[in-house]
Design a protein around this ligand. Structure first.
Ligand SMILES: [Fe+2]
Ligand SMILES: [Fe+2]
Length: 159
Protein backbone atom coordinates (compact mmCIF):
# COMPACT_ATOMS: atom_id res chain seq x y z
CA UNK A 1 0.00 0.00 0.00
CA UNK A 2 2.72 2.43 0.95
CA UNK A 3 4.56 1.71 -2.28
CA UNK A 4 1.44 2.17 -4.36
CA UNK A 5 0.69 5.51 -2.76
CA UNK A 6 4.03 6.90 -3.82
CA UNK A 7 2.92 7.18 -7.41
CA UNK A 8 -0.63 8.45 -7.20
CA UNK A 9 -0.82 11.93 -8.64
CA UNK A 10 -1.92 13.61 -5.42
CA UNK A 11 1.11 12.29 -3.53
CA UNK A 12 3.39 13.45 -6.32
CA UNK A 13 1.85 16.90 -6.36
CA UNK A 14 2.16 17.14 -2.59
CA UNK A 15 5.80 16.10 -2.73
CA UNK A 16 6.50 18.84 -5.29
CA UNK A 17 4.74 21.38 -3.10
CA UNK A 18 6.91 20.40 -0.10
CA UNK A 19 10.01 20.72 -2.28
CA UNK A 20 9.00 24.24 -3.28
CA UNK A 21 8.41 25.21 0.35
CA UNK A 22 11.82 23.88 1.28
CA UNK A 23 13.49 25.98 -1.41
CA UNK A 24 11.61 29.09 -0.29
CA UNK A 25 12.83 28.49 3.26
CA UNK A 26 16.39 28.08 1.97
CA UNK A 27 16.07 31.27 -0.03
CA UNK A 28 15.00 33.13 3.08
CA UNK A 29 18.10 32.00 4.92
CA UNK A 30 20.39 32.49 1.92
CA UNK A 31 23.51 34.47 2.65
CA UNK A 32 25.04 35.89 -0.49
CA UNK A 33 24.05 36.13 -4.11
CA UNK A 34 25.42 32.74 -5.10
CA UNK A 35 23.16 30.83 -2.75
CA UNK A 36 20.19 33.00 -3.71
CA UNK A 37 20.91 32.35 -7.37
CA UNK A 38 20.90 28.60 -6.72
CA UNK A 39 17.59 28.86 -4.90
CA UNK A 40 16.04 30.91 -7.66
CA UNK A 41 17.25 28.53 -10.37
CA UNK A 42 15.78 25.59 -8.46
CA UNK A 43 12.48 27.38 -7.97
CA UNK A 44 12.37 28.32 -11.63
CA UNK A 45 12.83 24.70 -12.69
CA UNK A 46 10.66 23.05 -10.07
CA UNK A 47 7.74 25.45 -10.39
CA UNK A 48 7.72 25.49 -14.18
CA UNK A 49 7.92 21.71 -14.44
CA UNK A 50 5.25 21.25 -11.83
CA UNK A 51 2.91 23.77 -13.43
CA UNK A 52 3.43 22.25 -16.86
CA UNK A 53 2.71 18.72 -15.64
CA UNK A 54 -0.42 19.85 -13.80
CA UNK A 55 -1.67 21.69 -16.87
CA UNK A 56 -0.97 18.75 -19.12
CA UNK A 57 -2.23 15.95 -16.90
CA UNK A 58 -4.01 17.03 -13.72
CA UNK A 59 -6.21 19.87 -14.91
CA UNK A 60 -7.41 18.01 -18.03
CA UNK A 61 -8.39 15.09 -15.77
CA UNK A 62 -10.30 17.58 -13.61
CA UNK A 63 -12.00 18.80 -16.76
CA UNK A 64 -13.36 15.27 -17.27
CA UNK A 65 -15.31 15.37 -14.00
CA UNK A 66 -18.12 17.76 -13.33
CA UNK A 67 -17.21 17.98 -9.64
CA UNK A 68 -13.78 19.44 -10.35
CA UNK A 69 -14.27 21.57 -13.46
CA UNK A 70 -15.05 24.74 -11.56
CA UNK A 71 -11.56 24.92 -10.01
CA UNK A 72 -9.56 24.89 -13.21
CA UNK A 73 -9.90 28.44 -14.45
CA UNK A 74 -8.62 30.13 -11.29
CA UNK A 75 -5.82 27.59 -10.90
CA UNK A 76 -4.62 28.23 -14.46
CA UNK A 77 -4.71 31.97 -13.93
CA UNK A 78 -2.58 31.55 -10.84
CA UNK A 79 -0.13 29.43 -12.80
CA UNK A 80 0.12 32.13 -15.43
CA UNK A 81 0.90 34.87 -12.96
CA UNK A 82 3.57 32.69 -11.36
CA UNK A 83 5.15 32.03 -14.76
CA UNK A 84 5.21 35.74 -15.55
CA UNK A 85 6.85 36.48 -12.19
CA UNK A 86 9.50 33.82 -12.75
CA UNK A 87 10.31 35.22 -16.19
CA UNK A 88 10.60 38.74 -14.80
CA UNK A 89 12.83 37.61 -11.96
CA UNK A 90 15.17 35.79 -14.30
CA UNK A 91 16.69 39.02 -15.57
CA UNK A 92 16.69 40.99 -12.30
CA UNK A 93 19.72 41.56 -10.14
CA UNK A 94 19.80 38.69 -7.67
CA UNK A 95 19.13 39.91 -4.16
CA UNK A 96 18.31 43.46 -5.32
CA UNK A 97 15.21 45.18 -3.94
CA UNK A 98 13.03 44.43 -6.99
CA UNK A 99 14.10 40.83 -6.87
CA UNK A 100 13.28 40.59 -3.17
CA UNK A 101 9.85 42.14 -3.62
CA UNK A 102 9.02 39.70 -6.38
CA UNK A 103 10.37 36.79 -4.38
CA UNK A 104 7.96 37.66 -1.56
CA UNK A 105 5.13 37.99 -4.03
CA UNK A 106 6.08 34.66 -5.62
CA UNK A 107 6.10 32.90 -2.26
CA UNK A 108 2.71 34.33 -1.30
CA UNK A 109 1.18 33.31 -4.62
CA UNK A 110 2.56 29.80 -4.36
CA UNK A 111 1.44 29.34 -0.75
CA UNK A 112 -2.06 30.46 -1.64
CA UNK A 113 -2.22 28.20 -4.69
CA UNK A 114 -0.82 25.18 -2.84
CA UNK A 115 -3.27 25.65 -0.01
CA UNK A 116 -6.19 25.70 -2.46
CA UNK A 117 -4.99 22.66 -4.32
CA UNK A 118 -4.40 20.59 -1.23
CA UNK A 119 -7.63 21.49 0.49
CA UNK A 120 -10.61 22.19 -1.78
CA UNK A 121 -9.26 20.73 -4.99
CA UNK A 122 -7.86 17.50 -3.58
CA UNK A 123 -11.06 16.90 -1.67
CA UNK A 124 -13.14 17.32 -4.81
CA UNK A 125 -10.73 15.12 -6.78
CA UNK A 126 -10.86 12.36 -4.17
CA UNK A 127 -14.62 12.52 -4.35
CA UNK A 128 -14.77 11.71 -8.05
CA UNK A 129 -11.56 9.93 -9.13
CA UNK A 130 -10.78 6.41 -8.03
CA UNK A 131 -7.43 5.06 -6.96
CA UNK A 132 -6.75 3.51 -10.33
CA UNK A 133 -7.25 6.79 -12.14
CA UNK A 134 -5.06 8.63 -9.64
CA UNK A 135 -2.28 6.07 -10.10
CA UNK A 136 -2.43 6.33 -13.89
CA UNK A 137 -2.39 10.09 -13.70
CA UNK A 138 0.64 9.81 -11.42
CA UNK A 139 2.58 8.03 -14.14
CA UNK A 140 1.55 10.56 -16.73
CA UNK A 141 2.48 13.39 -14.39
CA UNK A 142 6.01 12.01 -13.95
CA UNK A 143 6.38 11.44 -17.66
CA UNK A 144 5.24 14.98 -18.48
CA UNK A 145 7.82 16.43 -16.11
CA UNK A 146 10.53 14.29 -17.65
CA UNK A 147 9.65 15.38 -21.17
CA UNK A 148 9.76 19.05 -20.27
CA UNK A 149 13.02 19.10 -18.32
CA UNK A 150 15.38 20.03 -21.13
CA UNK A 151 13.13 22.82 -22.35
CA UNK A 152 12.88 24.39 -18.89
CA UNK A 153 16.67 24.21 -18.44
CA UNK A 154 17.08 25.89 -21.80
CA UNK A 155 14.67 28.66 -21.01
CA UNK A 156 16.39 29.30 -17.67
CA UNK A 157 19.70 29.64 -19.50
CA UNK A 158 18.23 32.47 -21.65
CA UNK A 159 18.54 35.38 -19.29
FE1 LIG B 1 0.46 22.25 -7.56
FE1 LIG C 1 -1.17 24.20 -9.59
Amino acid sequence: MAKKKATDILSLIEADHRTAEKIFAEAEGAKGAKKMQECFDQLYKELNLHAYAEELVFYPAMQDHEETQEYIEEAEEEHNSVKILLEEMKSLEIGGSEFKTRMMHLKESIMHHVEEEESEIFEAVRGCMGEEELMELGQEFQAAKGRMEAEVEESLAKR
